[in-house]
Structure formats: structure tokens, C-alpha cells
Write a protein that binds this ligand. Structure first.
Ligand code: CP
Length: 343
């Protein structure tokens, strides 16, 4: 343990106290960024971030946050020719394939150069139950000797979840008791469940009435649903699930559209694409959404005309740019708490 909060890999570490202290600090930084930049709370601090997958927002906001607060981010693209050595994560694996380095050694080496580590490791879309164990992230957590931040795993995207909570709070003022619909959306590829999980937990933490709407077979991880229900109970909100997009959007103050793959199709991505095609009419459009009365959220990147119609995305109802902007303030707050013991 390095401080009260030595890892932030699910977003649930530290409970509601840490959540609200991050919300508060993120807003303090947003209100007066120059005072934080001058104070440089991360002066001389180095974080090393392993990226197993592509990124626009996460990578750029992390690099900007570290630089502005006086620190430095080592960005490591894992494998692929111009990156690090290909990396193995499973314990006991015989490394006679493409992977030349194991996370056990890499974690130790990077810990000796860095004040904190971070990693992005998406779902393999091959085994839902195994994915939900987040083995790659857990292996790095086990073998690193410095704090660790998740930049999205198979199960959670905690930095996105915090940015989403900050966006909702700014938009609604008091989110308690307001209606949040997490709406499944079509996509040409199978996507993971990390973003919907973290959005669900963010809305539950804020005491909202959350309606998760998806076609049959697209249920989220039952354990995450239980956690969301427990949070909702404590915060005075509720969680409901339905298969009717039209009814699910009707009374929503906010509709968060997101594609995710069916747990029935893990290991069979072709079948997953076919199943997605059955629900093409789930694209969020004016049939379901009222730009005069509702707000639209999405983590980005978003497939225009597939997940959501342009008329919503380009309207005043869209909060997507705010969500992306809050990534910077939220991550600055996380980084300060993670790497500066005085905060
Ligand atoms: N929302 C999000 O995490 O964006 P990137 O995949 O571009 O980092």
C-alpha cells in the first residue's frame, strides 16, 4: 500500500468518500487550473502507461494532465513492431509464441522507473466470465510495486465513469431522483462492457433512477448489476432493466447510448455481428429521443448513423464534448490522489 488509494482500477476503490473527494477536486481544478499548474503537485513524478489498444481521448488527456501538473507520462504501445515486446499475462504460460516478455518482469522493471503505472487492456471478446476477472489488469496490480490506474479494462473504464459523473452533475445540478437511461446501441463489431458498466455505476452513485435498456441476450455482468443496485439503494435511486427502447427512453432526463456485445457471442464474433444486425432499429433517433427535453451522452468514439443519428449528436442535447473535456479534470484529480500523498 502506497497511500489510502494505491490503485484505481475499478473505480469503486475508496467507496463514496473517495468518489466525492475526486468529484470535488476535479471541479476545483476545472475552476482554477492555473493555480494547480503553478503548484505542480506532480513535479518530477513519472507514470508509465501500457496501451494494448488504440486511444484518442485517454492517451491525450493523460499526457496533458501529467505535463500540466509537472509530471511526465511514458506512453508504451505494447507489441506491434514499433512498440514494446509482445507481452504475456497468464501465469504459468509457456512463452513459445509471439510474446517475448511477461508482465511479471515488465511490472517490476517499470515500477523501478516510475512513480505509478497505468494500463489499457480491452476485452478479448473470447470468454465473458474470464474477461470479467480482468486477469491482465489483476496481473499488473499483483506484480507492480507502485500505484496503478486503469485506462480501461475488459470490465471497467473508471476514468470515463468519473468524467460521466462530473458531466451529469454539471448538467442536472442535483442528479438524485432524476432518470438516466443506459441504452444499448447497434455496432458493426462486438464491443466490450467496460463503458456501460462504469456509466451504470456512475449514475447509481449519483442516486439516479437508472433504466438499463437492451435487447434480450445483452445482459450486463450480474455482479456489476448487484453492485449498482446496492449503490442505488444507499443513494436513494433505483435500477431497472427492460427490453423496450421506446418506453425506456420516454421519461429519461439523460439517454446514454452505447454498443456492447452479447455475452452469448463471446468467442464467436461473426455470430455477434449477426446478432447486432437484428437490432438495427435501435439506432438512437428522434423516434426515441426528444432533443428539446433530453440530454444525450456517449463516451466517444461514436459511429454516426449507427449508434446515434447526426441530428441528435450535432444538437444542443449532446453532452459528448463535455464528457470528453471532463476526462482531463477527472484524471488530474485521480493522478494527484494517486501520486501525491499530501492530497
Ligand atoms: N472514451 C475513450 O476512452 O476514448 P478513447 O478510446 O479514444 O481513449
Amino acid at each position: 500500500m502506497h497511500n489510502q488509494f494505491s490503485q484505481y482500477i475499478s473505480g469503486l476503490e475508496g467507496g463514496q468518500d473517495l468518489f466525492w473527494s475526486l468529484m470535488y477536486l476535479a471541479n476545483e481544478i476545472k475552476k482554477n487550473p492555473e493555480s494547480f499548474y503553478q503548484a505542480a503537485p506532480l513535479k518530477g513524478k513519472v507514470m508509465s502507461a501500457l496501451f494494448l489498444n488504440p486511444s484518442l481521448r485517454t492517451r491525450t488527456s493523460m499526457e496533458t494532465a501529467l505535463f500540466r501538473l509537472g509530471g511526465h507520462l511514458n506512453v508504451l504501445q505494447v507489441g506491434g513492431g514499433n512498440g514494446t515486446w509482445g507481452m504475456a499475462f497468464e501465469k504459468g504460460v509457456k512463452m513459445d509464441g509471439m510474446e517475448a516478455e511477461h508482465i511479471i518482469e515488465a511490472a517490476g522493471v517499470l515500477s523501478s522507473y516510475s512513480d505509478a503505472l497505468a494500463m489499457r487492456s480491452f476485452s478479448t471478446m473470447s470468454d465473458f466470465k474470464k474477461d470479467m476477472q480482468d486477469q491482465a489488469m489483476q496481473a499488473l496490480a499483483q506484480h507492480s510495486s507502485v500505484p496503478l490506474l486503469s485506462l480501461e479494462s475488459a470490465r471497467y473504464h473508471p476514468c470515463q465513469g468519473l468524467a460521466d459523473a462530473l458531466t451529469i452533475k454539471e448538467y442536472l445540478g442535483e442528479p438524485k431522483g432524476r432518470n438516466f437511461t443506459l441504452a444499448w446501441a447497434p455496432h458493426p463489431k462486438m464491443c466490450g462492457v467496460a463503458v456501460p458498466h462504469s456509466a451504470l455505476l456512475a449514475a447509481a452513485r449519483l442516486g439516479m433512477n437508472v433504466n438499463v435498456v437492451h435487447p434480450p441476450g445483452y445482459e450486463l455482468d450480474p455482479e456489476v448489476m448487484i453492485t449498482a443496485e446496492q449503490l442505488a439503494q444507499v443513494e436513494g435511486g433505483s435500477i431497472t432493466v427492460s427490453n423496450d427502447l421506446s418506453a425506456g427512453c420516454q421519461d429519461a432526463d439523460i439517454v446514454y447510448a452505447k454498443a456492447w456485445g452479447s455475452h452469448l457471442d463471446y468467442g464467436q464474433t461473426a455470430q455477434g455481428s449477426l446478432r447486432n444486425q437484428e437490432y438495427q432499429d435501435w439506432t438512437l433517433s428522434s423516434k426515441y429521443f426528444d432533443i428539446e427535453k433530453q440530454a444525450f451522452m456517449h463516451c466517444l468514439p461514436v459511429r454516426r448513423g449507427v449508434v446515434v443519428e447526426d441530428e441528435i449528436l450535432d444538437s444542443k442535447a449532446s453532452l459528448v464534448q463535455k464528457q470528453a473535456a471532463y476526462r482531463l479534470w477527472g484524471q488530474m484529480a485521480i493522478l494527484i490522489k494517486l501520486m501525491n500523498q499530501n492530497f
